[in-house]
Design a protein around this ligand. Structure first.
Ligand SMILES: [Zn+2]
Length: 444
């Protein structure tokens, strides 16, 4: 619970940290973050201090409340074929159909993020740009993909000849789709830069397309539809050479390689990119998970009990192993593991049973999970069925409660023993089919 609270505090603080200057709260936050006042601190002082939200070198990205109007039309078209195979064929077709092609990619490796773009004219590489964004705790691969598109457009802008069509290939559908909306989201400042860069590209081409004679004093360069720029999806890992090459280049950039500043787009030239809200939240979540594991390994619940049942907890392993069980089946397995199954030992502890003893074996025999599963002679017939399948493992309580392979047999044992049927009903061995549920076999 305390970690959950911290997670929410971080969410709130990180939202405050990304507000634009024009927001009424902005000056208040700026004042509050300077120092943690000792006398009469307000909740905002506690929040900013407690979360350490501003204890980073990079400033946070700004997430504006509104961006362009919702009817804004990008100056490029996007193309996403329905599946990988068709996308690959389209990419191959474009290899011949387009004189000017650019491929871009973003990548994360060893906790570092980088982006790259390569320009092909008539099938030959005419330029490459690299940009190292920084640590994965400050930036996301998604941002790197956006920077890749920006680099691609900048390469197109460096061409000093008019051209009529150009294509940008990248292997990330999310990025391509993101260029089509104008909602305020993390990293949208990069999308805005992409749209601006694209318009500048159109203007430059427009100037070259229009003969000098036509440029009257009141002539304005066009900023859209001058030539056909399209961004298309080239799926990764499909042996498309340009894609595999740019993937390698993006990894080089992630390892810390950046092109000379004067070759880069203006946005990337001077300052490092601001810290990403998504990356900050991901880093915070990873930290909380780590702390949770540490706290759990120190807690009594772990050192006294769970360590003996499943030392790998917490891990997704157990959830995966019960994923094909029905809800009551998963419940009983969990209860047996934690010692909360409705057997007399537990029922007596929570004052729901007068005695902790086994109803069949009587005084001197506490009805514990071990007694029920392995020792109780009353269930030996049911246990024999389990023994036939699991052999010696049927007498190994760790195996019975840990191995996913054992679960169906344990469930069958519980079913055959009839001990818990008044609580769990009929624990069918197979998940019930939706249609047949009303006709389930009557319980014995
Ligand atoms: Zn017994």
């Amino acid at each position: 619970m305390s970690l959950l609270l911290e997670k929410h505090l971080f969410r709130a603080a990180s939202r405050l940290a990304t507000l634009p200057k024009s927001h009424p709260l902005h000056p208040i936050i700026r004042r509050a973050k300077r120092h943690y006042v000792k006398r009469h601190p307000a909740p905002i002082h506690h929040l900013l201090h407690r979360t350490g939200i501003f204890d980073t070198q990079l400033p946070y990205e700004t997430i504006d409340v509104i961006r362009r109007r919702s009817t804004f039309e990008p100056t490029f078209s996007v193309h996403i074929p329905p599946d990988k195979q068709q996308a690959l064929e389209e990419a191959k077709r474009r290899r011949h159909a387009y004189k000017v092609r650019v491929y871009s990619d973003g990548s994360g490796i060893d906790g570092q993020i980088g982006a790259a773009a390569a320009l092909y004219i008539n099938g030959r590489i005419k330029g490459k740009l690299f940009y190292h964004l920084g640590k994965a705790t400050d930036h996301t691969v998604y941002e790197a993909e956006l920077v890749g598109v920006l680099l691609a457009q900048h390469l197109l802008r460096s061409i000093n000849q008019p051209f009529y069509r150009a294509t940008i290939g990248l292997d990330n559908q999310a990025v391509i789709l993101a260029t089509q909306n104008q909602q305020p989201k993390p990293a949208h400042y990069l999308l805005d830069a992409i749209h601006s860069e694209s318009m500048e590209l159109m203007k430059k081409q427009s100037r070259m397309h229009t003969p000098t004679a036509l440029r009257q004093p009141d002539w304005q360069p066009d900023d859209r539809g001058v030539f056909d720029l399209s961004i298309h999806w080239t799926p990764g890992h499909m042996d498309f050479t340009e894609n595999e090459d740019i993937d390698g280049d993006a990894k080089t950039a992630a390892q810390g390689f950046t092109s000379p500043a004067n070759k880069l787009p203006a946005l990337l030239r001077k300052h490092p990119l601001p810290r990403s809200l998504s990356a900050a939240r991901q880093a915070n979540l990873a930290d909380l998970k780590k702390r949770h594991t540490e706290q759990w390994k120190k807690s009594k619940r772990y050192t006294h009990r769970m360590k003996f049942i499943d030392p790998t907890m917490p891990s997704p392993k157990f959830l995966k192993s019960i994923s094909n069980l029905t809800r009551p089946q998963a419940a009983i397995i969990t209860q047996l593991r934690t010692g909360h199954a409705p057997l007399n030992e537990h029922l007596h502890r929570i004052k729901r049973s007068a005695t902790p003893n086994c109803p069949h074996c009587g005084p001197g025999f506490t009805e514990s999970v071990r007694h029920f599963l392995i020792q109780c002679r009353h269930h030996s017939r049911a246990r024999y069925q389990m023994y036939r399948k699991l052999k010696r493992n049927a007498y190994n309580i760790e195996y019975l409660l840990q191995a996913p392979k054992a679960f169906p047999h344990v469930i069958k044992f519980i079913r055959d023993s009839n001990r818990l049927s008044n609580i769990f009903g009929d624990l069918e061995t197979h998940p019930p089919k939706e249609q047949e549920a009303p006709n389930a076999a009557p319980q014995q």
